[in-house]
Design a protein around this ligand. Structure first.
Ligand SMILES: *[C@@H]1O[C@H](CO)[C@@H](O)[C@H](O)[C@H]1NC(C)=O
Ligand SMILES: *[C@@H]1O[C@H](CO)[C@@H](O)[C@H](O)[C@H]1NC(C)=O
Ligand SMILES: [Zn+2]
Length: 422
């Protein structure tokens, strides 16, 4: 019954915004494509360099990628996949309509059930940056001996970047440390949602997770790119935004995950300010990446694992991303990533692929995981969350819980492995 009412209200809300349906991803398709030969894989990668927006991309043969195809790109795309006999399936034939529905639901949830900033957050919706900050501030008030919140910097549009440090309250100094962040890429809403679930587990479910906090503290930056994250919640056209929001001529923002000063802009990044993978005019041109850099350096003497959450693709990736060479300690990295993947597959059947970024995905320099490893974290992992069943960018709100709990199973297992090894 409630569901019927909600659906009715959504239709009304969507109906009211009919004017906006005339533009903004209307008639854009999402296709799943699966390369079976190296040549097919290279052709698909070429599309990504030619301005096709891949929301999931991998290079391994037999692994699917997902790509948004605009009406203007449609003809070339279909001609290519047909002539090259690349397997493709239509997943969504009107991305604009899916986005409108998603944003209408978001608005409705916010109107019907405003967040007071007190108490636990449910996994039944996506939150604003302000709601997330209010939530961690409230945790620090409710658990003053175990939880500490600190403002570590400001975004370009002057939003506060805050970390939450979670301890077991024994006040022992100099413990080892796990650093987690989310929300690098604006449109990847499931990433901050998963980070909130980690926080909930470590703080509210402390008894069950005390082993993870005995010799380790956790420092978490829930949203690295709040300007972009907020932007994606403002309307249909903005929904697929990925970058920061600092203006560069007629375009906006750099890809924060190509902006780190480690082999910056050598490979897999763009020098064009309008591109989705724009590396920025210089390394660390973005205030948000400077904040992450400074945190990494200040934490690296006791930091053992850096974990950054993205979506989507079911991947656990470790350095390097700037070269196909592997670091000397790659077997340690591989063991941690494999443990996370196995734990998830054992628990839910979801298969995560693990390996070095360059070998599993594509070469891409200037990313935060390479920088964290270079800065001294023994283990540095990018987790690309599963997007199974999604027809838009994120899982629908009804499935957030399933994704974040699954993610936590993998993270918990990796943390246990870290604690055992280091
Ligand atoms: C990182 O690994 C090295 C080599 O195994 C070890 O000596 C060092 O203590 C580790 N760092 C931390 C913070 O545990
Ligand atoms: C997953 O299951 C296999 C087979 O039962 C077991 O050997 C392995 O240790 C499990 N891995 C994790 C991380 O739970
Ligand atoms: Zn991402």
């Amino acid at each position: 019954m409630l569901r019927a009412v909600v659906l009715l209200l959504i239709s009304v809300a969507v109906g009211l915004t009919v004017g906006e349906l005339d533009h903004g991803y209307k008639g854009y398709h999402i296709y799943e494509v699966t390369p079976k030969t190296l040549e097919q894989s290279q052709l698909l990668h070429q599309l990504s360099l030619d301005g096709y927006d891949f929301i999931k991309e991998g290079r391994l043969l037999g692994h699917s990628s997902r790509v948004i195809v605009s009406p203007a790109q449609f003809e070339r795309f279909v001609k290519l996949v047909k002539s090259e006999q690349i397997a493709y399936t239509l997943l969504n034939e009107n991305l604009g309509a899916s986005i409108d529905e998603e944003l209408a639901l978001l608005k409705l949830q916010r109107r019907m059930n405003p967040i007071t900033g007190k108490g636990r957050l449910s996994t039944e919706r996506y939150y604003t940056h302000e709601e997330i900050l209010n939530y961690i501030d409230d945790l620090a008030v409710r658990y003053p001996s175990r939880v500490f919140v600190k403002t570590v910097g400001w975004s370009y549009e002057r939003r506060a970047l805050k970390t939450i440090t979670i301890t077991n309250g024994d006040q022992r100094k100099g413990k080892k440390l796990i650093f987690v962040d989310g929300g690098f890429h604006a449109r990847e809403w499931i990433s901050p949602a998963a980070v909130l679930y980690i926080i909930d587990q470590l703080v509210e479910q402390f008894e069950q997770n005390a082993d993870l906090l005995k010799d380790y503290d956790w420092i978490i930056l829930p949203v690295v790119n709040p300007d972009g994250y907020e932007h994606t919640q403002t309307g249909t056209l903005a929904r697929m935004w990925r970058k920061t929001r600092q203006p560069y001529g007629a375009c906006y923002g750099a890809d924060p995950n190509r902006n780190f000063d480690f082999h910056w802009n050598e490979e897999g990044a763009s020098s064009s300010a309008c591109a989705d993978t724009y590396a920025g005019p210089t390394a660390f041109s973005e205030p948000e990446t400077i904040v992450v850099r400074d945190l990494m350096h200040s934490l690296s003497d006791r930091g053992v694992m850096y974990l950054t959450l993205h979506s989507y693709g079911n991947y656990l990736l470790y350095p390097w991303g700037w070269t196909s060479d592997l670091p000397d300690t790659w077997e340690d990295l591989d063991e941690v990533a494999r443990t996370g993947a196995e734990a998830i597959e054992n628990a839910t059947g979801t298969v995560y692929t693990y390996g070095s970024s360059t070998n599993v995905l594509y070469i891409a320099a200037g990313a935060s995981d390479d920088y964290g490893f270079y800065a001294g974290f023994n283990v540095s992992i990018t987790m690309e969350l599963s997007g199974a069943g999604s027809i838009g960018f994120n899982p629908p709100v009804t499935r957030i819980d399933e994704f974040v709990t699954e993610t936590w199973i993998g993270i918990r297992a990796m943390a246990e492995k870290i604690i055992e090894k280091y």
